[in-house]
Every structure is written in C-alpha cells, then in structure tokens.
Design a protein around this ligand. Structure first.
Ligand SMILES: Cc1cc2nc3c(=O)[nH]c(=O)nc-3n(C[C@H](O)[C@H](O)[C@H](O)COP(=O)(O)OP(=O)(O)OC[C@H]3O[C@@H](n4cnc5c(N)ncnc54)[C@H](O)[C@@H]3O)c2cc1C
Ligand code: SF4
Length: 517
C-alpha cells in the first residue's frame, strides 16, 4: 500500500483541490504548515495573515472531521523551522511516506523552490496542476501562440465560448460581448451603498488574532476589527449577500468612488476565491442565474462575470506565460522610492488618504481605488515598479503574486511596455473628480492645473506626459493627450515641470526622489 503525504498550501483550501482528489482517510496523511517565511517575505497586512491562518485551521478541522489524519504545524509549535521546504523534510521524517503530492503554487518563487523538494525529501514529489482555474497554463499558452497582442477582450470571448456562460448559441446574450460603456455611472447624491457582510470571529479566529497581534503587530495595517469569513460556508454566505443586495447595481457603479464608503456595490470575495473558499465557475454560474431569473440586469452580470472569467484568468495566464522575466521589466525607467505615506495614509491629498486609510483598516480597496488612485499616483510620480508591487503584495488580503503582479507591474505601472494594457492608465485629477466625491473634501482644487492650490495630479499628469514623450508619443492610443501637449507654450511646459519638481522635492526631501522619503 503506497503511503502518500499530501501537502496543502495556505491558498489551496478547497476540498476539490487536485492534491486531495484521490485522498484516502485510512491510508494518507495531510500536511499543513504555518511558516514565518511566508508571513514575512513582504510585510503582509496582519488581517491577511490572520485570515489565512484562521482559514487554514478551519479547513484542517473540517478534514479531520471527515476522518483524515491532518498533521498541522502551528506557527509557534516547537521545532517549526518556518519555511515550506524544511517543514516538508521534517514531515517526511515523521511520516516516512512513499511519495508526496502537492498542487502547483500561485507564486513563481514557490514554484522554483518546489522543483528541489523531491531531492530535499528523498521521496518523489508529484506536482499536480491547479485545475480550480478555468483556463490551464497550457491552454493560455496555446491561445497566446502567434498572437501579436494578448488582449484581454479576445481571451474573454474565447472563455465565454468555452464555458457557454451568457451565450446564446455561438452569439453573446444581448448581442454584445461587453457592456462596459454602461458601467461608468457616478453615484447619485443621497444614494447609500448596502452594508458590507461581516462574520463574528469564533474561538479559533480569536486564537489566531492573539498570535498574529503578538508576532506581526508591527506590520502596516489594523488587525481588528476582524470580520472576514474563514470557512467555505461563510464565504458562500458572503457571496449570497452580494447576489441579493449588490449585484444588480454592481455594473452601474463599478468605477465609482465615495468618501467613507469603502466597498460600495463590489462583491468583496477576492480573498475567498484566491484562498480556495469559493469556486470561480460556481460564482459565475450563480450570477448568470440571477440574470436569467430577471433579478439582475445584463450590464451588471456581464461586468461581474468578465472580472472573474476574463480578467482573473487572463492575468494568471500572463503571469505564468511571462515569468520570471516579466517582473524585471521597467519600460518607463521609473526609479523613485515609494513615498512613505503609502505606509501611513498621512497625506493632504484626500483621494490617496482615503484609499490608503481604508487599506490600512480593511486590507481592501476596490479596483478603481487600486488602479486610478494609489496606482495612478505611483505611475505619475515615476515610482520603481518593484517598490509598488511589494506594497500591493503586502497590503491586500487577496494579494498573491500571480494576480497582484500583472495588475500592478503591467496594468498600473506599464512596466511591461504594453503586454497587458495597450496604454498606461495615466489620469489627472479630472478623472477622480468625475468618478467620486473625494475632491469635495480635499484641500487642493481639482479645477486648477498650476500653482500651490492646484491638484497635484493635474501637473503630475502633464509632467508624466512630457517626461515619457519619447516612449509614449508614438502609441496611437496616446495620440489625443500628445496632440494637446503639443499645443502647450514652452512657458506652460516650464511651469508644469517646476510645479512637479517642487512637489517631488516636498515629498522626498530631495529633487530626484530616488532616496528614501
Ligand atoms: C494594482 C492592482 C493590484 C491588484 N491586486 C490584486 C490582488 O493582489 N489580488 C486580487 O485578487 N485582485 C487584485 N486586483 C484586482 C481587483 O482590484 C481585485 O480583485 C478586487 O478589487 C477585489 O475586490 P472585490 O472582490 O470586491 O471585486 P469585484 O469588483 O466585486 O470583482 C469581482 C471579482 O473579480 C475578480 N477581479 C476583478 N478585477 C480583477 C483583476 N483586475 N484581476 C484579477 N481579478 C479581478 C476578483 O476575483 C474579484 O473578487 C488588483 C488590481 C489592481 C489595479
Ligand atoms: S483634488 Fe486632486 S488630490 Fe485632492 S482628492 Fe481630488 S484628485 Fe485627489
């Protein structure tokens, strides 16, 4: 009888995970480990660490109830060597398995390390494909082969055809693939978003909170209040709450921002999807059912499905297709430090203070805050992509490199030179003012383009265009702003550059901004 040790990582908490599929309770052992190396390779938000440890402990308890023998190593167990490889070696010494079975990880650095596990343990290690995703790495590579441009929209259409989601034969339901044009409304005055879903911490979570507070309390972010779901059942309840109360308006207000309203009509399910507590295809099918039953409009349901079936699968495909070189590119040669206020929220620019402040409190910001507020500002300022990526990987509860890196490095920083997005998402304060009410509460004037009262994003935007003219002016999608820039008199250009220089000096204490702020 072959004895198998099945090693489950912290974001593989699905009963259907490939490495558990053929598991036999009376024959196999299951290994799960809380290790310091994973909690600290970037300074993860304490809520994120607590979410993962608590979800792991709950998952282990469920497996034990199903009769499995689970060897669970806690962070503070004596002898814990605090990294995956050494813990696997120790577990092999304890259990003496004939083989180890794992599912491929979500991060390149773990994948690379995994290649040496068999040698380190002295037993074969079978690495199985993570088939919780709807597009395998191999299928994405086939889709990408020979294409000049890897655009999400075409990948998404392929995925709609493959899954049959929102399809009417071989045509998209409603006649259009994408209803994004309808999804840019601002929130009418007096309209409040439904409250966010919250779960009370049980004893297991409280034990984890005490552990995390003691060990990682110095990381950026508030540990409590903690109201994440940490079981599949509670994650499903959170998703049902979204379907019942927020999906119908998800599309309309998808790009909107509102003071003191952090989650709006968003689903707030990314940590659950990424850790394996929710299944992406089931979520898409449930949303489709809401459309078919007439409870949610097509623009909302198509928009939601596109985020998961399109964007989520697409960024993962890009990650595995392009790593490890992808992370090293820096198309715009951006080299400034990340301003220190990203770690405190202490800035007089209200949009940034709001987005960073809620990130600190909740380990959550919605897509437009990540892309058009914290991301846009880092892009305009010319922060080094690696600094920005490290921040995004650390501060969000849903951050794993396969999804964080393409979004940050590619979509936000345009560091890949256009693999992921055909142009940088650079924007002035005008965009932020159009999509929300942050500017109403700001000490800067979003209508002014120059001078000490002017919104910094306005002159930083044109300064970015001037500094990157050689790299971006030939991009057909940038033709409009460059036509406008060419009409600027030399004096106006000089004033913009001077405003930007003064602002950068104020933030960093030196004109280049390459030293620590
Ligand atoms: C700079 C930057 C960094 C990001 N880092 C992460 C990250 O580390 N982890 C992560 O899960 N998402 C990341 N995203 C994508 C997106 O912002 C989050 O998935 C979303 O905000 C999660 O909140 P929600 O569940 O309320 O999403 P909703 O707006 O309700 O969307 C539903 C689901 O769609 C998926 N989704 C939406 N947009 C994207 C996208 N661009 N890429 C991948 N999946 C998407 C998510 O699973 C999300 O839960 C990042 C986006 C940007 C611009
Ligand atoms: S005025 Fe400028 S800095 Fe202030 S909130 Fe608006 S966009 Fe942000």
């Amino acid at each position: 009888m072959t004895r198998t040790l099945r090693f489950i990582l912290g974001d593989q908490l699905s009963r259907s995970i490939a490495s558990l599929r053929d598991a036999e309770p009376d024959r196999d052992d299951i290994l799960m480990v809380e290790v310091g190396a994973e909690a600290t390779y970037v300074p993860h938000h304490p809520k994120k660490i607590a979410f993962l440890f608590s979800a792991m402990r709950h998952f282990a308890a469920e497996l034990s109830q199903q009769g499995f023998s689970v060897d669970y190593v806690r962070l503070d167990d004596a002898g814990n060597s605090q990294d995956f490889r050494s813990e696997l070696v120790r577990a092999c010494e304890r259990h003496k398995p004939d083989r180890v079975v794992v599912t491929e990880p979500g991060e390149w650095r773990v994948w690379e390390d995994m290649q040496g596990w068999a040698e380190a343990c002295g037993v074969p290690v079978e690495i199985r494909e993570d088939d919780r995703f709807l597009c395998s790495r191999a299928h994405f590579a086939r889709w990408a082969e020979g294409r000049k441009q890897l655009r999400m929209e075409f990948f998404y259409r392929d995925m709609r055809r493959r899954t049959g989601l929102l399809m009417d034969g071989d045509k998209p339901v409603g006649g259009q693939w994408n209803y994004d044009q309808e999804n840019r409304k601002s929130i009418p005055k007096g309209t409040a978003a439904p409250p966010a879903f919250a779960v009370q911490p049980d004893q297991t979570t409280q034990d984890v909170l005490a552990l995390v507070g003691g060990r990682f309390g110095d990381h950026f972010g508030d540990l409590e209040p903690f109201d994440f779901a940490v079981t599949a059942a509670d994650a499903e309840a959170a998703f049902e709450d979204f379907l019942a109360h927020r999906l119908a308006s998800f599309g309309d207000y998808q790009d909107a921002m509102k003071q003191d309203s952090p989650t709006l009509w968003h689903a707030v399910i990314s940590p659950y999807l990424n850790a394996g507590l929710l299944d992406p295809l089931t979520c898409c099918k449930r949303a489709e059912t809401e459309y078919l039953a007439g409870r949610a409009p097509l623009n909302a349901v198509e928009g939601f499905i596109r985020q998961i079936l399109g964007w989520r699968e697409y960024v993962r495909g890009i990650y595995w297709l392009k790593m490890p070189d992808y992370a090293e590119t820096n198309f715009l040669d951006a080299d400034r430090k990340l301003p220190t206020f990203y770690w405190s929220g202490d800035t007089d620019m209200n949009c940034l203070a709001q987005a960073i402040g809620q990130t600190k409190r909740l380990a959550y910001a919605h897509h437009i805050q990540r892309l058009m507020v914290t991301g846009n500002f880092a892009l305009l300022l010319g922060v080094a992509p690696k600094e920005v990526c490290e921040w995004y990987l650390a501060v969000y509860a849903d951050a794993f490199e396969w999804v964080e890196l393409p979004n940050t490095h590619g979509m936000v920083m345009h560091a890949d030179g256009g693999v992921l997005g055909s142009k940088p998402y650079a924007a002035s304060g005008k965009y932020i003012n159009r999509m929300g009410d942050y500017c109403e509460h700001c000490r800067y004037d979003v209508k002014q383009g120059e001078g000490s009262k002017a919104c910094p994003l306005n002159y930083l935007y044109w300064n970015f265009m001037m500094e990157n003219e050689d790299r971006l002016a030939d991009n057909p999608r940038m033709a409009m702003p460059y036509r406008t820039l060419r009409r600027f008199a030399p004096e106006k250009r000089a004033r913009i550059a001077e405003d930007a220089r003064r602002f950068i000096e104020r933030i960093y204490g030196d004109p280049a901004g390459t030293e620590a702020a």
